[in-house]
Design a protein around this ligand. Structure first.
Ligand SMILES: *Cc1c(COP(=O)(O)O)cnc(C)c1O
Length: 430
C-alpha cells in the first residue's frame, strides 16, 4: 500500500465507502436495482405460470418417473432463463459436467467445435481433448475438431469485444460455436448480452447452420436478459453459482431449444430415459427456492463487486470491470501491487468468512497452473463462488479475482478489514 494511504483507519475507510455510495456508486446501484426488478419478476412469473405448489416438493424414488417437482423445476428454470426447455439436475456434479454433457449432446461424429472467445475455461480443456488423454473427450470419442478464434485482442483485453477479429474461415467450418460469457480466470471482461447478440448475429450470417452454445457460468441474472433470448441455442451453468443463490448444495442446468435439450438429456442419462428419469434427493424445494432467491443474491454480489471496484480505484489500484461498466458476471478483478497484498487480501477475506474463519489460506501449486495460486472462501456450500470468495495466481499483474457475496453488508465489512490488514506492517495471520 503506498504512503498516501498510510492514514487509513477503519473510520476513514468507512467514510470513503459512504462517500462512494452517495457518489459514483449511486447510478450504478440504480441500474442494478432495475435489473433485479426485471429478473425477479421473470422468475416469479415462471413460478406462477407453471403453478409451482407444495405437491411439487416430493421426490419420486427409484427410477424417478413422473416426478412432478423435477418437471416443474425444469419449466420454471426455462421461463426464468428465457429458454424453450431446461434440464435442471442435482446429478450434474459441477458446471463443467453440465457443459460437458451439453457439448456431448450437441456434437456429432467428426464435427468441428469453434470457440469464438479464445481459450475456454481450464476445466473444459480435458473435456474437449486439448489436455489429458481421456478416451471420453470430444476429440477422442467423437473425433471432434476444435478451433479457436477470439473477439478479444489477447494482448489488449481492455480493448473489448469486436466481431471483426473473428476468423471467417473458422466460423464457416463450425458445426458448433462456443461462447464463454464470463471472464473466468482471464483478464478480459465478461461478454455483455449486447456483445453476445452481436457475435451470434455476425456468426449466423456467415454460417446459419451452426449451433450456438454459451458457457453461462457466473452470468445468470446479472443482466435483464439471458443469451438464449438473443439467439443462443443452448447454454449451461452451475447451481453452486448464480442460479442457486448460495443455498443449493449441488447441481447444474442446461437450457435452450427443446430439440437440442432432448439430445443433452440422453447424454446425461441414457437414450430412452432422457429427461424422464432421475431421483432428485428431496432437493426440489431447495432448488426452487434457490431460483427464487437468485436475482437477489446476484444483486447483492454485484453491489459488493461495484463497491470493491470503486473503493480500490479510489486508492489508486487498477480494477476491472471499472465501477460503471456493464457487468455480465459476478467477478471483480482488483490488481494488487505486490504478491504480499494478494496474500493479505485473501487471508483477511478467509478470516472474515462465516465458515472456516480459523483457516489460513497459503499460496500453493495447483495442477495446470504455472504459478502458485492462493484461494480463499469460507462458504456454506464447499467451493461455492456465489458466496464471497477470492483467489489469484501469484504473478504480475497480481490479480485478486473477487466474486460472489450473498450480503452486500458482509462484503463491505470484509473490504474494510482487508484494507486495514493490507495497511499493517506485520504479516497478516490470524
Ligand atoms: C465455474 C465455471 C465453469 C465450470 O466450473 P465448475 O467449477 O466445474 O462448476 C465453467 N466456465 C466458467 C466460465 C466458469 O466460471
Amino acid at each position: 500500500m503506498n504512503s498516501t494511504n498510510s492514514d487509513l483507519t477503519a473510520e476513514s475507510i468507512r467514510q470513503r465507502m459512504t462517500k462512494l455510495e452517495h457518489g459514483a456508486l449511486m447510478p450504478v446501484f440504480e441500474k442494478l436495482s432495475a435489473i433485479e426488478s426485471v429478473t425477479t419478476a421473470r422468475v416469479l412469473d415462471g413460478f406462477i405460470q407453471h403453478q409451482v405448489g407444495e405437491p411439487h416438493f416430493y421426490s419420486v424414488s427409484g427410477y424417478g418417473h413422473d416426478d412432478l417437482g423435477r418437471e416443474v423445476t425444469d419449466q420454471a428454470f426455462a421461463y426464468a432463463l428465457q429458454s424453450e426447455s431446461a434440464l435442471v439436475r442435482p446429478h450434474f456434479v459441477s458446471g463443467t459436467h453440465a457443459i460437458a454433457t451439453a457439448l456431448r449432446g450437441l456434437c456429432s461424429m467428426n464435427n468441428t467445435l469453434v470457440s469464438v472467445t479464445g481459450k475456454p475455461y481450464d476445466t473444459l480443456e480435458e473435456v474437449i481433448g486439448l489436455r489429458g488423454k481421456s478416451s471420453q473427450s470430444l476429440k477422442h470419442s467423437l473425433n471432434v475438431a476444435f478451433k479457436m478464434t477470439s473477439v478479444f485482442d489477447e494482448q489488449h483485453p481492455e480493448f473489448g469485444c469486436d466481431v471483426n477479429r473473428l476468423d471467417v474461415a473458422a466460423i464457416q467450418s463450425a458445426d458448433v460455436l462456443y461462447i464463454q460469457r464470463s471472464r473466468g480466470y482471464a483478464l478480459r471482461s465478461a461478454l455483455c448480452i449486447q456483445d453476445i447478440k452481436a457475435i451470434i448475429t455476425h456468426c449466423k450470417q456467415i454460417n446459419p447452420s451452426a449451433v450456438v452454445f454459451v458457457d453461462n457460468c457466473y452470468g445468470e441474472f446479472t443482466e435483464a436478459t439471458e443469451p438464449t433470448s438473443v439467439g443462443a441455442d443452448v447454454m449451461a451453468g452451475s447451481l453452486i453459482k448464480n442460479p442457486g443463490a448460495g443455498i443449493v448444495p449441488t447441481g447444474g442446468y442446461i437450457a435452450g431449444k427443446t430439440r437440442w435439450l432432448e439430445r443433452c438429456a440422453d447424454a446425461l442419462t441414457a437414450p430412452g430415459i432422457g429427461a424422464d428419469g432421475g431421483y432428485t434427493f428431496q432437493l426440489t424445494p431447495t432448488i426452487l427456492q434457490g431460483l427464487f432467491m437468485a436475482p437477489h443474491a446476484v444483486h447483492q454480489s454485484l453491489r459488493g463487486m461495484a463497491l470493491a471496484s470503486a473503493l480500490f480505484d479510489s486508492l489508486g489500484y487498477t480494477t476491472t470491470p471499472v465501477v460503471d461498466a456493464t457487468r455480465s458476471d459476478i467477478i471483480q478483478v482488483l490488481l494488487m501491487k505486490t504478491p504480499d497484498e494478494q496474500i493479505r487480501f485473501c487471508q483477511t477475506l478467509q478470516a472474515n468468512s462465516p465458515i472456516d474463519s480459523n483457516v489460513t489460506p497459503v499460496p500453493a501449486d495447483i495442477a495446470g497452473y504455472a504459478d502458485q495460486v492462493i484461494m480463499a472462501g469460507g462458504t456454506f456450500v464447499q467451493g461455492s463462488t456465489q458466496e464471497l470468495s477470492a483467489d489469484g495466481p501469484l504473478r504480475e499483474p497480481y490479480p485478486v479475482f473477487l466474486q460472489g457475496g450473498l450480503s452486500y453488508v458482509h462484503t463491505k465489512l470484509v473490504l474494510e478489514r482487508v484494507l486495514l490488514a493490507m495497511h499493517q506492517e506485520k504479516p497478516c495471520l490470524v
